[in-house]
Design a protein around this ligand. Structure first.
Ligand SMILES: [Zn+2]
Length: 87
């Protein structure tokens, strides 16, 4: 599994502690080299823990992608993504 940067690691650990499991690992996003998908959804408490250089994002469903939300580390070009329910 890809090694997460120090900025995303605390969010990842909290997600697993709150019942998330690792889904797909993907590469080559426009704003990240490595992205880890976590399932089934983002625990709400994670959003309160985001600190620079990590940014929260949310994206709506498109014909080719499901709605998702997550975090990108701008400094390390890594991301965590979660399926977004209800969009
Ligand atoms: Zn980082």
């Amino acid at each position: 599994m890809a090694e997460l940067c120090e900025h995303l690691r605390p969010l990842f650990d909290d997600a697993l502690a709150n019942g998330c499991v690792v889904g797909e690992v993907s590469a080559g996003w426009s704003n990240a080299d490595v992205v880890l998908q976590l399932l089934p959804a983002m625990p709400a408490l994670l959003r309160r823990q985001v600190t620079v250089p990590v940014r929260y994002y949310q994206s709506a469903r498109t014909p080719h992608n499901r709605a998702d939300e997550g975090f990108f580390c701008a400094a390390c070009r890594m991301g965590l993504t979660f399926p977004l329910q209800g969009l």
